[in-house]
Design a protein around this ligand. Sequence first.
Ligand code: NAD
Length: 309
Amino acid sequence: MSVLITGGAGFLGSALANRLVAQGSHVRVLDDLSAGERERLDPRVAFCSGDTRDIPKLWSLLRGVDCVYHLAARVSVPESVLYPVEYNDVNVGGTVSLLTAMRDAQVKRLVFASSGAIYGEQERQPIAEDAPLRPLTPYAVSKVASEQYVRAIGNLWGIETVILRIFNAYGPGQPLPPSHASVIPRFLKQATSGGSLVVFGDGTQTRDFVYIDDVVDALVAAGQAEGISRSIINIGSGREVSIGELVETIERVLGESVHRLCASGEKAGVTRLVADVDLARRTLGYTPRVSLEEGLQRTIARDGRFSPR
Ligand code: NAD
């Protein structure tokens, strides 16, 4: 199988590229390196630096490709509030450009990385795929709009499409920008460098943390399974964990207690978010295998930024 991964030098994309190349696929990566790092990639992966909105570049990269994994995006929810125009340009514009080029190159299948963030605040948990969409931020809106383009254009031009709504992925190599970092790498950095863990709100808000290897299993299956075109599938652990429980799990894994600082609840986000992963089980044979404790242990062991003092 020959695949192109946009955003393939990023956290999830590089893990997917390395897995697929190890399984014998021909893998090309397109990434503008705005957040990605080429060094993460197995040398057998063919890397091309560039933007997903560059249609002529896509034409040449798509030659002979069976499946595209579209992961390139701006990915920070708080940053999207500051830069909505850029999030729309890159995330929505990039998706439409890619679909156009795929039509021209007659590529069979697209797997699109959407997000659990598009559900927003929901009364019913765990959240199934038919829940009403309530995007609360420009990032989430950009994923909703991209999903709609993927479905509509896929239908019009006969491209097989699979949309994965990924919840809170974590693992070694997750970006840790100075501001707006995701909660797990931020907590691990604060805990292992002897600092305080800053908890927004009272810590009762819940999330669905899914380990990177489980997400990669789902992505691989979404590129290969038969009879799933037009599917929209949640990918999470199916386990609801409060931020307070996350802190306790980190303490257990590190074998020491950590100091917490409570900050204002404005940045706490939605109250609850946990995925119903039943459809993923049935359509992709997906089973989340890595518990939060095990995933945190692996992340600390494999990511040098979290070496305990
Ligand atoms: P990441 O930032 O590590 O990866 C995104 C990659 O896209 C980066 O390597 C970046 O350099 C590249 N990129 C950005 N703009 C580009 C452009 N215009 N052209 C080419 N490349 C560009 O983030 P990630 O966590 O690996 O996320 C991958 C995808 O999965 C994203 O679409 C994200 O929205 C989605 N997703 C991630 C999570 C998560 O928890 N990590 C959850 C839900 C959805």
